[in-house]
Ligand binder design. Structure first.
Ligand code: OAA
Ligand code: MG
Length: 523
């Protein structure tokens, strides 16, 4: 699906002041007596870099995390740009595809449709019942843009939780990766002798819903302090279960809400730069009214799917497309993206299509002809499914583009000037959103909390990052960014009345930020 956005503007809210972090505790563990920690860190990096293939690096880091989690997280934090593409998108996509082939040891919880009726006993098998604070739950049905991987989706839960630990200082013991096995419709896996999941097709939705009801209820009993992040469910089920449980349990959907928040955040910053470049006046009233602006933004968003422009007169539409279907367009159908761009004349082009090349050279050139500084966000994951590359976006706009992608691209030296791609990936949002929700002990995750995370991220750019034209802050600052986001999320939970940690209400903002920082685990 492609969303074409027309102009949009915003101005900033107050910048956050960050409290200093507590100093890291000295690492200790099962290391030989003459082993020097500093040198061993270098040794680990050398071992990592000696691997030719990214999947080998993934396997090496997975083993390091098991053997020496302090070293793993310490290196992860000090090498975020090098680590995230391995332990997370894009390599985690390959790790999922090859999970049954590369499997070495248990790392999470599997709950299958065969456990229906006795899910409680399966959850009780988890060794750290009382510590559990955050679980990432997938059913493997839509892993990144790679489709239905069945039980092979487990590494996505593991990867997200590694970023919770690195990026928000959640204690490793407090995380539970979960993969639900409801079958798979991917024949290749059903035929694979090494496949680790049930050899059956996915169960129908009513059966799945009965399973999910029991699962969610038992989770809330077994782990009373747990926040649940739904991850990579197929689109229809993603919407269905978010709506079904969001007022009953603390739960959010990373692909709907986390991605929405991260894209909005990058877009707020891009719109500011784009409007300035075009000399257009600011188009948007100040921030904290996002929800009120939804109706307004609906007028400015043109949704495109495989059938072309989405409009109400086109006929029956999937429910999640109806909201943004154009009511003011009567036809004829316009299918071609170039024709749609000519018709709409958008400021921004966003891709959620999982179609590599969907933003063709002509589409990018058209965006550049329409705007002095077009906003182009190819958001599909992993890298090989991105609608265009950073290089293409730079080349076909002559270096004048506000770019963010879902997966990482390298910076480019274009005519002597370094240009930096933004990574509009929900990894900027979920650690801070989750941390805030956990610390507030919230009973549910409200839209206002998700919005708060988005605004917290948008306002986390330093003056230097701002001057470089970045849309997202440097990922190296993830701890500081997550702390700021968590604080905004806690305040928003308090405003919504879903917090269950009243002592935090009395704290001033600096006190609250210091509290958030003090709760972070450090390797
Ligand atoms: O995992 C990522 O990189 C972002 C995400 O949630 C997805 O693509 O489903
Ligand atoms: Mg996802």
């Amino acid at each position: 699906m492609t969303i074409v956005l027309t102009p949009y503007w915003s101005n900033g809210v107050q910048k956050l002041k960050m409290a200093p972090q507590p100093p890291p505790k000295p690492a200790h563990g099962l290391t030989p007596p003459t082993l020097n920690d500093e040198v061993h860190a270098q040794r680990c990096m050398a071992q990592l870099r000696s691997k030719d293939k990214d999947i080998e690096k993934y396997i090496y880091l997975s083993a390091l995390k098991e053997q020496d989690p302090h070293m793993f997280y310490r290196l992860c934090l000090s090498h975020m740009p090098e680590f995230t593409p391995i332990i997370y998108t894009p390599t985690v996509g390959q790790a999922c595809q090859e999970y049954s082939k590369n499997y070495r040891r248990p790392e999470g919880l599997f709950v299958s449709i065969k456990d229906k009726g006795k899910i409680r006993s399966v959850l009780k098998a988890w060794p750290k019942l009382d510590d559990a604070r955050i679980s990432v739950v997938t059913d493997g049905s839509r892993i990144l843009g790679l489709g239905d991987l069945g039980i092979n989706g487990m590494p996505i839960s593991i990867g997200k939780l590694s970023l919770y630990i690195a990026g928000a200082g959640i204690r490793p013991h407090s995380t539970i990766p979960i993969c639900l096995d409801l079958g798979t419709n991917t024949q290749k896996y059903l035929d694979d002798p090494l496949y680790l999941g049930l050899r059956k097709k996915r169960v129908p939705t009513d059966e799945m819903t009965a399973f999910m009801d029991e699962f969610m209820y038992e989770m809330s009993i077994a782990f009373p302090k747990l926040l649940v992040q739904f991850e990579d469910f197929s689109t229809d089920h993603a919407f269905l279960y978010l709506e079904r449980y969001r007022n009953q349990y603390p739960v959010f959907n990373d692909d709907i809400q986390g991605t929405g928040a991260v894209v909005l955040s990058g877009f707020i910053n891009a719109a500011r730069l784009s409007s300035a470049a075009s000399g257009r006046p600011p188009l948007l009233a100040p921030h904290p009214l996002l929800r009120c602006r939804l109706g307004w933004s609906r007028e400015r968003i043109w949704l495109v799917d495989s059938q072309g422009l989405v409009y109400t007169a086109r006929g029956e539409l999937a429910e999640h497309k109806e909201y943004f279907a154009r009511r003011d367009y009567q036809g004829p159908p316009i299918k071609d993206l170039l024709d749609i761009l000519e018709y709409v004349k958008p400021t921004a082009l966003m891709g959620l299509s999982t179609m590599s090349g969907a933003f063709s050279r002509e589409a990018i050139e058209t965006m550049a002809a329409l705007n002095p500084l077009p906003i182009i966000f190819p958001l599909s994951n992993p890298v090989k499914l991105s609608e265009c590359t950073f290089e293409d976006a730079v080349k076909y706009t002559d270096g004048k583009v506000l770019f963010a992608s879902g997966s990482p691209f390298h910076e480019i030296n274009y005519n002597g000037k370094m240009l930096y791609p933004g990574q509009g990936n929900n990894m900027y949002i979920f650690p801070g959103l989750g941390l805030g929700a956990i610390l507030a002990r919230c009973s549910s995750v409200t839209d206002s909390m998700v919005e708060a995370s988005s605004l917290g991220l948008a306002n986390s750019l330093t003056p230097e990052e701002d001057a470089m034209g970045l849309l997202y802050p440097a990922i190296e600052r993830i701890r500081e960014i997550s702390a700021g986001i968590a604080m905004q999320v806690i305040r928003s939970a308090q405003e919504a009345g879903v917090d269950r940690h009243p002592e935090l209400r009395a704290m001033s903002d600096p006190e609250l930020l210091a509290f958030v920082n003090s709760k972070m685990w450090n390797p």
